[in-house]
Design a protein around this ligand. Structure first.
Ligand SMILES: *Cc1c(COP(=O)(O)O)cnc(C)c1O
Length: 423
């Protein structure tokens, strides 16, 4: 070999970090929140009010149900789930997820349509990786969930943004979807119920999305990790309902509805009664991807049938009741603060987007500046809209104890008044 035994390069080492990864993690939600936490003033003796997070599991009102904990313990104790699972997931869990999702569909899913993943995150990684052919592009919502941009970027899959329209309850700007789409576009992503907007898409709008995607020849990836966390006038409708119009890949998990994001149990499901995803080789690719990655813990898979089939409904009712209450507080308190505007009342998930009225504020440059100063002066953490693709907006998480939320809004109001432009 010509290069065999060639001496080390001048600096001594041949290996180096992957710049793609440094770039991918530069603007994540976690990265921005960590930066803001670093801005807190340690002399402030008041409790920090975290309104930027996406994981309420530590708050007393948002604890999971003991029923789910028992189901996991029982699966573990049974000693039936100590081995590796098959790469697509164990049959009982696939069947249970197919039945759980089919309740809201006009057709029956087969267990073969269901692939178990390590949270919804791995489902997202799987579908993005599969679609990342050289030259292909994907359409992502703005504002959105930046993990999509990060994964697509790392896979060298070009992404283009279509807008969600605040004046239309954050519906998809379908005209821009058509304009963005070209012969290399393979899919569009929707998140319903919405993160970061707290919107729930109406049946008719989803149907229009399906028809637009069908016309363009692209699949719809529907991130339904907040499935059933809807507490307004619009019921949650899964995109899979329109699977006979256009092939739909649904991504989900138990992380949000059961408030156990640490359990890492999710799924990728093909909603495709006409078998188009199979014909196009997507299903084989899903299996191929799962063959070269790890699987969710087998005992978690073992607990899934019990968790999905038998969780007492009063648990869901309690969580929905609390979210409805805190969403209301969020909306009403925002209305009382002229320096921020909420275009539509949140009806789902655990977030809402609020616009900063910067011309009314004196020494605030932008959303990041607002959030940094707020952290320092009031010990309140909010997510700058920049982190979800919408500059000079902020994302508020309302999945927190109602009393803390009230406290947080009092501090935000004080902060804004202190920084208001003098007339
Ligand atoms: C939380 C979240 C995910 C990831 O879910 P996990 O099950 O925790 O991996 C995916 N998409 C959106 C929109 C989310 O908010």
């Amino acid at each position: 070999m010509e290069n065999g035994g060639s001496p080390a390069p001048a600096n001594g080492w041949r290996f180096k970090g992957n710049d793609d990864l440094t770039q991918a993690s530069s603007l994540t939600v976690r990265g921005v929140l960590n930066m803001l936490m670093g801005n807190l003033n340690s002399d402030d003796t008041r409790p920090v009010i975290p309104l930027g997070h996406g994981d309420p599991s530590a708050f007393p009102s948002f604890g999971t149900t003991p029923f789910a904990v028992d189901a996991v313990c029982a699966a573990l104790r049974s000693a039936l789930f100590n081995g590796y699972s098959s790469t697509v997931g164990i049959p009982s869990a696939r069947r249970a997820i197919a039945e759980y999702l089919s309740k809201d569909l006009p057709y029956e899913l087969s267990p073969d349509d269901v692939f178990l993943t390590i949270g919804c995150s791995q489902a997202l990684e799987a579908i993005i990786s599969i679609l990342a052919r050289p030259g292909a592009n994907i359409l992502l919502p703005r504002p959105g969930f930046p993990y999509y941009e990060a994964r697509a970027g790392f896979s060298h899959l070009e992404f283009r943004h279509f807008d969600l329209l605040p004046e239309n309850d954050w519906e998809v700007d379908l005209a821009s979807v058509e304009t963005l789409c070209d012969e290399n576009t393979v899919a569009m992503v929707i998140i319903n119920p919405g993160n970061p907007c707290g919107n729930v898409f109406k049946y008719d709008h989803l149907k229009k999305v399906a028809e637009a995607a069908k016309k363009l020849g692209i699949m719809v990836i529907s991130d339904e990790v907040y499935d059933h966390l809807a507490f307004g006038s619009c019921p949650f409708v899964p995109m899979g309902v329109f699977g006979s119009i256009v092939p739909v890949v649904t991504l989900g998990s138990i992380s949000k509805r059961w408030i156990v994001p640490g359990w890492r149990m999710g799924w990728l499901v093909t909603n495709d009664p006409h078998g188009i995803l199979t014909k196009q080789g997507i299903v084989e690719s899903i299996k191929g991807f799962l063959n070269i990655t790890s699987d969710p813990a087998t005992f978690m898979q073992g607990a899934i049938p019990e968790i999905l089939e038998n969780t007492p409904s009063h648990f869901f009712e309690k969580i929905i009741g609390t979210l409805k209450e805190t969403a209301e507080i969020c909306y009403e308190r925002t209305k009382e603060i002229p320096y921020i505007t909420c275009p539509s009342k949140p009806e789902g998930s655990m977030f809402v987007m609020v616009k900063l009225n910067l011309p009314l504020l004196d020494d605030i440059e932008d959303d990041l500046d607002f959030c940094s100063k707020l952290a320092k002066e009031e010990s309140v953490i909010l997510l700058p809209g920049l982190a979800v693709g919408l500059k000079n907006w902020i994302r508020v998480t309302f999945a927190i104890e109602p009393s803390s939320l009230e406290d947080g809004f009092r501090r935000i109001k004080d902060f804004c008044q202190r920084h208001a432009k003098k007339q």
